[in-house]
Design a protein around this ligand. Structure first.
Ligand code: ARG
Length: 463
C-alpha cells in the first residue's frame, strides 16, 4: 500500500472508521473493472476538456490533469500500475494515482461528475467496441457456413422433424439455414447500439449538476450519438446490459443447437460427419475414442450465458431507482458473457472449417423412412386432379404396403400400385425419387438446388 495521505478513502473526512477489511475485499470490484481502464481515462479526458471549454477549470489545471491521466494510461499499458483493492474500483484507483502524480489539482477532475455516470460511460464505450468485435466474428461464421454450403449443394440428407426422417433436403440448405440465425444475431447486436449510443456522462449522481457543463461536447468527443434524457433514469438503467446479455444468450443458443445437431450427426449411429483430429479429444482408457469435446464445450457454455442474463434480470427485479451497489455486478456478467461468446465463436469457426462430410451415409439415410411420401402425394394431386387429402390417403396406403413388403417406392411394380388405386401409374413414383424431390422444391425459400445456389450468391453479394 502507498504510504501517503491518499491512502485514506475520499470519504474519510466524513466516515470516521475504515471500511471493514472483509468488506473491502469482497466489495471491491477492481479485479473486474480494471478492464475498463482505457475507457475510464478516455472518459476523464473528454470530461476535463469539457470542464476547461466551459471555463469551469483553468488551462493550467486542464494541462496537469491531462498529463497525469496520460501518464497513468502509460503505466497501465506497461503493466506498471499498482492496482489497490482498498481503492475499491477503477475510478478510485485512477483518481488516487492522479493525486500522487499532480497533487491537489487532481481534485478538480471530479467536478460535475459522479462515479455513477462515470462507470456507465466506461461500460457503454467498452460494450460498443465489443459489439463490433462480435460482429466481425459473426461475419467469419457466416462466411464459413456459406463456404460449406457451396461445397454441398447436391449433398442430400434427410431433413428431420421430431428427429424422425421427414423430407430430403440439400445439405447446403441446412448450412444456409444456420446463416439466417447469425444474420439475425448481427441485426440484434446492431440494434443494441441505439441505446448504447446515448451518453450518460454528466447526469452525475442522480439529479444532474448546477455547473454549466456541455453534455453535447462530451457526446461528440466520446463518439456517442446523443446525451441521455433523464438523470434519474440514466443512473438506474441497465436495459442496455440486459440487451447485451440476451443477445449473447440467443447467439449462444444458436451455436448450441447446431452443436447438438453435429454431435448427433457425429455419433456412431448416424455417422454423417467426422471432425478433423484437431477438434476431437481422446479417452484416458478407451484407445479407440475420438470425442467431439469442442462441440460439447459450445453446447455447455450456453448455460453460463443464460446464467448471466438471469442474474442481471434478478438483480434488477425489485431494485428501486436509482443507483445501488447491487448494480456493480453488471460488469462481471457482461465481461464473462462476452468472453464466453468470443471464445465460442472462435472455436465454432474452427469446427465449421474442420467438418468432414460423409455424403454417401447422408444419402442412404435420406432413403430410409419413405421421405418422399409427400412428393408422391403432391404428384397424385397433380396427375389425378384430386384433393390433397384424398391423395394423402392413397399415399398412406402405398406407404403401408411398401413397409409391410419391405420395398422402397421405386421397387413397387405397376400391379401393386394399381391394386391400391387403379388410377395410379409408374410415372407418379418416378417423380418421388430423392433428387427429383429436392429439386422440385422451387418455392421461395425452398430447398431446390437452384434456389440454394441463388441464395448463396445473394448472400455472398450482401456480405
Ligand atoms: N464500482 C461502482 C460500480 O461499478 C461504481 C459506482 C459507485 N457508485 C456509488 N454510488 N457507490 O457500480
Amino acid at each position: 500500500m502507498r504510504k501517503n495521505k491518499n491512502n485514506y478513502a475520499v470519504w474519510s473526512s466524513r466516515i470516521k472508521k475504515q471500511t471493514s477489511n472483509n468488506f473491502k475485499k469482497i466489495g471491491s470490484s477492481i479485479n473486474i473493472d480494471k478492464r475498463l481502464y482505457k475507457e475510464d481515462i478516455q472518459g476523464s479526458i473528454a470530461h476535463t476538456e469539457m470542464l476547461y471549454k466551459q471555463k469551469i477549470i483553468s488551462l493550467k489545471v486542464k494541462a496537469k490533469i491531462l498529463w497525469g491521466l496520460n501518464r497513468i494510461k502509460n503505466e497501465m499499458e506497461k503493466k506498471k500500475f499498482k492496482f489497490d483493492i482498498s481503492k475499491e474500483d477503477i475510478h478510485m484507483n485512477i483518481e488516487s494515482r492522479l493525486f500522487e502524480l499532480i497533487g491537489d489539482d487532481a481534485g478538480f477532475l471530479h467536478t460535475a461528475r459522479s462515479r455513477n455516470d462515470q462507470v456507465l460511460t466506461d461500460l457503454k464505450i467498452w460494450m460498443k467496441n465489443s459489439v463490433n468485435e462480435i460482429d466481425k466474428l459473426l461475419i467469419k461464421i457466416i462466411k464459413s457456413l456459406t463456404h460449406n454450403a457451396e461445397k454441398n449443394i447436391k449433398t442430400v440428407l434427410p431433413g428431420f422433424t421430431h428427429l424422425k426422417n421427414a423430407q430430403p433436403i440439400s445439405l447446403a440448405h441446412y448450412f444456409m439455414s444456420c446463416v439466417e440465425m447469425f444474420i439475425r444475431d448481427r441485426k440484434r447486436f446492431k440494434n443494441s447500439l441505439e441505446n448504447l449510443n446515448e451518453n450518460p456522462l454528466g447526469v452525475c449522481a442522480i439529479s444532474g449538476t448546477s455547473f454549466n457543463i456541455d453534455r453535447w461536447y462530451t457526446t461528440k468527443k466520446l463518439k456517442f450519438k446523443k446525451p441521455t434524457n433523464n438523470s434519474v433514469d440514466t443512473v438506474s438503467d441497465r436495459d442496455f446490459v440486459l440487451d447485451f446479455l440476451y443477445n449473447v444468450s440467443l447467439c449462444s443458443m444458436h451455436i448450441s443447437r447446431i452443436s447438438e445437431e453435429l454431435i448427433i450427426w457425429n455419433s456412431d449411429q448416424f455417422n454423417f460427419i467426422k471432425l478433423k483430429d484437431n477438434l476431437v479429444t481422446g479417452s484416458s482408457i478407451m484407445p479407440q475414442k475420438k470425442n467431439p469435446d469442442t462441440l460439447e464445450y459450445l453446447r455447455g457454455k450456453t448455460g453460463m450465458s443464460y446464467g448471466s442474463l438471469l442474474s442481471m434480470l434478478t438483480i434488477l427485479k425489485g431494485l428501486p431507482l436509482s443507483y445501488f451497489k447491487d448494480l456493480q455486478d453488471d460488469k462481471e456478467l457482461v465481461f464473462n458473457s462476452f468472453d464466453i461468446l468470443k471464445n465460442s465463436l472462435l472455436i465454432f469457426d474452427e469446427v465449421l472449417k474442420g467438418l468432414i462430410i460423409n455424403k454417401s451415409e447422408m444419402l442412404s439415410a435420406a432413403n430410409v423412412g419413405y421421405t418422399t411420401a409427400t412428393d408422391l402425394a403432391d404428384n397424385i394431386v397433380k396427375n389425378l386432379n384430386i384433393t390433397f387429402r384424398e391423395a394423402y390417403k392413397i399415399t398412406s396406403k402405398i406407404v403401408n404396403f411398401a413397409e409391410r413388403t419391405n420395398l422402397s417406392f421405386e421397387e413397387l411394380n405397376l400391379e401393386q400400385i394399381k391394386n391400391i388405386d387403379k388410377r395410379l401409374n409408374k410415372e407418379i413414383l418416378e417423380l418421388a425419387k430423392l433428387h427429383n424431390s429436392v429439386n422440385s422444391k422451387k418455392s421461395y425459400g425452398g430447398t431446390s438446388f437452384e434456389n440454394v445456389k441463388k441464395m448463396i450468391n445473394k448472400l455472398k453479394k450482401e456480405i
